[in-house]
Design a binder for this molecule. Structure first.
Ligand code: GLC
Length: 717
């Protein structure tokens, strides 16, 4: 029996039901402001009593503010049960790190863990107990605005980053630590597969695709002891996740053994009505609770109807008890019964939040997550060159991304400021255009500034609202105004370095052809300007590699590296000219593939050497590859290991990432990189959904990205 059972036994039915509701800050006395509002504020039938008994608060921040809310609550809560404070600290609290899609491009899970640890430290001292992160949705569709919150298109890599972030947020002594917060993995499940890339849209996929591609990263987080899970807005196989018994009670709780708290995403319980699986709030409450949704975020189906559902025998009170105990257990795991204020410390907060040390780490993450996509001998810049910074992002603090809630643009180092810090003098700057508008005067000023320079650094991109939640687009080219600016600047016939600030892979037509170099900066966070200046002047070398493919055109989407071969592969040796799987107006492959990224130096790879070409089920295969820095600059190279199962009971991806290692190499230095493979890594879901490997032929592929690889064959016997 839970040690919290005696407390549960003292609670009235309504007090138990109210423990299941999560409300945003405006409902609570003592709150200094409205806090983070990230969804529709619908009218709710919430009474004073519901608030006095509420279980948790969404979106509050600040140590003094949270202490005031908690103190007021404890005065009024009959059983002195403390509130849980939860917020979206996705990639930083006040010190904002690059967006997760950028962090993924660092291929540095240690750095990702460090960034989460810092985010947790700033959050905990500011009074937060739980963060709604990591977001681990696998993404293949850049029309979807929330790709910026993911680490990309590969299940294994997403799983590695999920584990790293959970470790960083939670540490290993959550109860004792005042510098960590509980993590909440989201959005369960397969939210990234919304049809048409349109947010909140239907997800339709086979159980196999779900198990093979979309679920592994959530499971990785659960296996790393992530304390909470958030349900997604979408349907999975015709049933909204929030009420999906198979997904929640079946896979998450019975198969995976998760017994922590499941919270609905904002309003997702009540949204069962527009989904058409609940006639009213009472039915929505019953279906969500039965599926194991413990907390209802920001709607009132539970508080308005669970009492009557129990009294009329529709819902067993034991279901409510189970959810309440999970929530009380989380409060106990965080030490809130001993100290309801936990780490909230207004004085310490001033020293910890946005400290120089935290900024230093934020800069390092930005350095490793920017990706050099093109460079035709124009980078690195030299201090003797006269540089003109031109574009709407030449001096913009809007480089934090949509989920940067407590971060402020004023704290961000803009590209101009980064250059000024680097050059110890102000660079020439012209805005050139707005994000989506341009005038003749803008162009004229930009051309005048550009004419006087030796090289143009053109800073273009999306503003933070053009991606993120509810930020879906059908056209993923840069706005016309910015393409017009770049086209005008190209008439100067000067070297052009284009730096793009964005939350998704873009269709780079109109950019690539006019640029001698292209840098993918993503939303690089609070230290973005300093990191980019270091990279562009060669103080630091690029090492970022894409974790989400860049399509040639939006019409190509979805385009991703771990695809199936089809029965008429275009690249087959005996391929027909016409009757193959192809487009008449576009290549099949992406403009830039998964794993791609350039450096200021070059690397050579020897052929991979296998310890054996006959692998038994209990042996370990070792793959050794020699990598050499063949250039004149030190650099970091992420060596990637892929495997192809040549014949399966079901079709198998043309390659799957199984391991990677980021190595630092001095000019001329060569290193032996070793990977291991076991039979367990060759298993897959068969026709009957059994998970196992088959004897047969496999290909090992090693290289700097998912397209340039050297391969060897081996047989599993
Ligand atoms: C939003 C988002 C979710 C976030 C939650 C609370 O709708 O979908 O990612 O954690 O609401 O802000």
């Amino acid at each position: 029996m839970s040690k919290l059972q005696p407390l549960l036994d003292q609670m009235t039915l309504q007090e138990k039901i109210d423990q299941l509701v999560q409300l945003a800050t405006p409902f609570f006395k003592g709150a200094k402001d409205a806090g983070e509002i990230t969804g529709p504020m619908l009218s709710m039938n919430i009474k004073e009593g519901n608030i006095q008994n509420a279980g948790s608060v969404l979106g509050a921040s600040g140590a003094a503010n949270i202490r005031a809310i908690q103190a007021k609550h404890l005065e009024e809560n009959r059983l002195n049960i403390p509130l849980l404070f939860m917020s979206d600290v996705v990639h930083g609290y006040k010190t904002i790190f690059p967006i997760p899609l950028a962090i993924g491009c660092s291929w540095n899970t240690d750095l990702a863990e460090e960034s989460a640890r810092i985010a947790a430290k700033e959050s905990a001292v500011s009074g937060i107990h739980v963060t709604f992160a990591p977001m681990v949705d696998l993404v293949r569709d850049p029309r979807w605005g929330r790709v910026m919150e993911s680490t990309g298109e590969d299940p294994y890599l997403n799983g590695e980053f999920a584990k790293a972030q959970v470790r960083g947020f939670q540490g290993d002594q959550l109860k004792e630590s005042k510098e960590h917060v509980a993590a909440c993995v989201k959005h369960f499940a397969a939210y990234g597969a919304a049809e048409g890339g349109r947010d909140y849209n239907t997800v339709n996929m086979s159980d196999r695709q779900l198990q093979e591609m979309y679920l592994p990263a959530y499971k990785a987080a659960i296996d790393e002891d992530c304390r909470m899970v958030m349900s997604s807005f979408n349907t999975v196989d015709g049933i909204p996740a929030t009420a999906n018994q198979h997904l929640m009670n079946g896979i998450l709780r019975q198969e995976w053994g998760f017994d922590g708290v499941m919270i609905s995403d904002w309003g997702a319980v009540k949204e069962l009505i527009p989904h058409g699986v609940a006639a009213d709030k009472a039915e929505a409450a019953a279906k969500a609770l039965r599926a194991g949704t413990d907390i209802e975020m920001m709607t009132d189906c539970y508080t308005s109807h669970l009492q009557e559902l129990v009294e009329t025998g529709v819902i067993e009170e034991s279901l409510i008890d189970q959810s309440v105990l999970r929530i009380l257990q989380l409060k106990d795991d965080l030490g809130l019964f001993e100290n309801p204020y936990r780490g909230a410390d207004p004085e310490l907060e001033k020293q910890i939040v946005l400290s120089e040390q935290h900024r230093k780490v934020a800069k390092q993450v930005a350095l490793e997550s920017c990706v050099l996509l093109k460079n035709e001998q124009v980078l690195p810049l030299t201090k003797t060159q006269k540089v003109a910074l031109i574009g709407p992002f030449a001096d913009s603090g809007d480089i934090l991304g949509q989920w940067s809630w407590q971060g402020s643009k004023e704290d961000a180092v803009t590209l101009r400021q980064g250059f000024a810090n680097q050059l110890q003098q102000e660079p020439f700057v012209a805005k050139g255009s707005e994000i989506e508008a341009i005038t003749a005067a803008f162009v004229e000023e930009a051309l005048i500034i550009g004419e006087q320079a030796d090289v143009l650094v053109v800073a273009l991109g999306e503003d933070a609202t053009m991606s993120g939640e509810a930020g879906s687009l059908t056209d993923i080219q840069l706005p016309e105004a910015q393409l017009t600016l770049l086209e005008n600047l190209a008439t100067l016939n000067k070297p052009i370095v284009t730096v793009i600030f964005n939350g998704r892979p873009l269709d780079l037509h109109g950019v690539i052809e006019h640029s001698d170099a292209v840098v993918e900066a993503w939303f690089p966070g609070t230290e973005g300007g300093n990191a980019l200046a270091d990279l562009l002047y060669g103080e630091q070398n690029f090492s970022g590699k894409l974790t989400m493919s860049f399509p040639n055109r939006v019409g190509q989407i979805p385009v991703y590296y771990n695809h199936y071969n089809t029965g008429r592969p275009k690249d087959a040796a005996d391929a027909q000219v016409r009757y193959v799987s192809q487009y008449l107006d576009s290549p099949n492959g992406p403009l830039f593939p998964f794993g791609y990224g350039l450096s200021y130096t070059t690397f050579s790879y020897q052929e991979p050497v296998l310890s054996t070409h006959q692998l038994t089920k209990d042996e370990t295969l070792t793959i050794t590859v020699k990598v050499k820095n063949t250039g004149h600059t030190s650099g970091k190279e992420t060596v990637q290991l892929y495997v192809q199962d040549l014949v399966g009971e079901v079709v198998r991806p043309v390659k799957e990432l199984k391991a990677f290692e980021k190595v630092s190499l001095q000019p001329g230095e060569e290193k032996e990189v070793q990977f291991t493979l076991t039979e367990a890594q060759l298993r897959y879901f068969h026709a009957d959904m059994s998970y196992s490997s088959d004897p047969g032929s496999f290909k090992v592929l090693v290289g700097p990205n998912s397209q340039e690889t050297a391969s060897q064959l081996f047989t599993l016997v």
